[in-house]
Design a protein around this ligand. Structure first.
Ligand code: HEM
Length: 489
């Protein structure tokens, strides 16, 4: 009897092992027709690929080997990268109805808690998005107040830089504070002094959270958030999210006490009013909707401005040409306004070239495909995470020869006019295209031209320049560096 039991149990064990191995081997093969990619290892999938450098370099190498569509198996999910202008348009514009959902990756699920615009899908996403677009439009353009808010903030920012008296400073702090203040004006109807201790705490928490280089990695490999000892800092990220949400709830409560529904002051007032009429806007969504304005509207813009300072530092001739153009087009005693834009094609080209080279959201935000869809010869299987590799356009050597060179003339035609901005896609494309694009363009123009009009940007030490390497958190930001701003007489 014991022999039979032993036989049965070892038979069961052998069957179990065979089935498990078969399942793992099946799991280790790409679904039939999927885009190619590196060999998938049992248990590990393509995990080892993440050890081979940063994500931007890895994706460049994979694109060179496998072409514009390649796939990886990470954390039990299929991740498909879409590269190059043509494929990005085919996937996210032509087949937008299947490729516009968001997957539940760590940042969307745990930080944004599946609320607000960025994280939601379907009807609820459309409603939130429409609401955000309407408020940004009304606050920004209809009342025409956004331009003056930005110009006012630019003055505060310039005076902080002026106070440095030509000593080396890290420009990313005042830039971050200034750009956050513009979102404060939109969200809370007020700005803060840069020395305000509460404001400093608020932006330092936001800055640390959004700069966390582990976020893209945990998004790809969610299991990392559960490792003991919080090696990947996921718990800290969630504590910071909790703290920020608490702060936003405080502002919301203050607004509820003081609102005049006939005279909405800001985004929070608009939300309170709309929430009464629209069941999709809920109390749970509210603090996240405010958080997302900061998350999306601060890091991206302030990093682009910081990159522009770095590139201009390394290219004094380009600073001079921008300044000469401004001196011809604008009286010396004032800063550029949006009305000057058409007369400043070279300045516009510098901003476009900064967006191209800096490439601050190289992988946009992940999408998910809702059906099996054929793209050319490849099938993208339902449920795959789909990554728009915007970097593959901005750094396409065929479109932009010598693509690592900062050369604004790529955006100037033979007549000296600004042209060809549509060749880059920093705001992504399709239904999820950035809803803050107009605001972002305004801020980039007003800040970058103001800096160059007022100051000469010089290195901390003559002849020594910081590296152009960056770090990828939510956005791609330059490594910390210092510069001297010398006021023109
Ligand atoms: C230089 C500045 C900016 C850049 C480069 C940028 C870029 C992007 C990109 C690449 C996406 C992802 C689109 C996709 O999933 O395919 C995005 C989404 C988004 N952006 Fe921006 N953005 C900027 C500024 C802003 C500002 C100022 C705001 C708001 C005030 C904003 C709000 C959003 C929101 C809410 C989304 C999610 C849209 C959705 O899921 O439907 N962004 N942005």
């Amino acid at each position: 009897m014991q022999v039979i039991n032993l036989f049965c149990s070892s038979g069961f064990l052998i069957a179990f092992i065979i089935i498990t191995i078969t399942l793992f081997l099946l799991k280790s093969r790409r679904p039939y027709g999927s885009p190619p990619g590196p060999r998938i290892l049992p248990f590990l999938g393509n995990l080892t690929i993440l050890l081979k450098g940063n994500l931007i370099e890895i994706s460049e190498k994979l694109k060179a080997t496998y072409g514009n569509l390649f796939s990886l198996s990470l954390g039990g999910k299929w991740i498909v990268f879409i590269n190059g202008n043509e494929h990005l348009r085919e996937v996210f514009v032509k087949h937008a109805e299947f490729f516009s959902d968001r997957p539940k990756v760590f940042f969307i699920d745990k930080v944004l808690q599946n609320k607000g615009v960025t994280a939601q899908n379907g009807h609820v996403w459309k409603t939130h998005r429409k609401f955000m677009e309407t408020v940004l439009h009304n606050l920004g353009f209809e009342k025409n107040s956004m331009k003056s808010t930005i110009l006012e903030e630019t003055q505060h920012f310039l005076s902080v830089i002026s106070d440095s008296n030509g000593e080396p400073i890290n420009v990313s702090y005042p830039t971050y504070a200034a750009v956050s203040n513009i979102i404060c004006s939109i969200a809370f109807g007020r700005r803060f002094d840069y020395n305000d201790v509460e404001f400093q705490k608020f932006i330092s928490v936001m800055y640390e959270l959004l700069s966390n280089q582990n976020i893209p990695v945990i998004n790809l490999l969610p299991i990392l958030q559960y490792l003991p000892g919080d090696i990947f800092g996921a718990k800290r990220i969630l504590q910071q999210t909790h703290w920020l949400k608490k702060e936003f709830k405080r502002f919301i409560a203050e607004h509820k006490d003081t609102i005049d529904t006939e005279n909405s002051r800001d985004f929070i007032d608009e939300y309170i009013i709309e929430k009464g009429k629209n069941a999709c806007l809920t109390d749970d969504d509210f603090p996240i909707a405010v958080f997302e304005l900061f998350g999306a509207g601060t890091d991206t813009i302030s990093n682009t401005i910081t990159w522009s300072v770095l590139y201009l530092l390394k290219n004094p001739d380009i600073q001079n040409r921008m300044r000469d153009e401004m001196l011809c087009a604008i009286p010396t005693d004032r800063l550029p306004t949006m009305a000057d834009k058409l007369n400043l094609p070279f300045c516009e080209a510098v901003i476009a070239e900064t967006q191209r080279l800096a490439n601050v959201l190289p992988f946009a935000i992940p999408h998910e495909v809702t059906e099996d869809v054929m793209i050319g010869q490849y099938k993208i299987v339902k449920g795959s995470h789909v990554i728009p590799n915007l970097s593959s356009v901005q750094h396409d050597e065929e479109l932009f020869a010598n693509h690592l060179k900062f050369d604004p003339l790529r955006f100037i035609d033979k007549q000296g006019k600004f042209y060809g901005q549509e060749r880059i896609v920093p705001f992504s494309l399709g239904k999820r295209v950035c809803p803050g694009e107009s605001l972002a363009r305004m801020e980039l123009f007003l800040f970058i031209t103001a800096i160059v009009k007022k100051f000469r940007i010089l290195p901390e030490e003559e002849g020594i320049f910081p590296s152009s390497q960056g770090q990828l958190g939510i956005a791609y930001k330059p490594n910390p560096f210092k510069v001297r701003f010398i006021e023109w007489n």
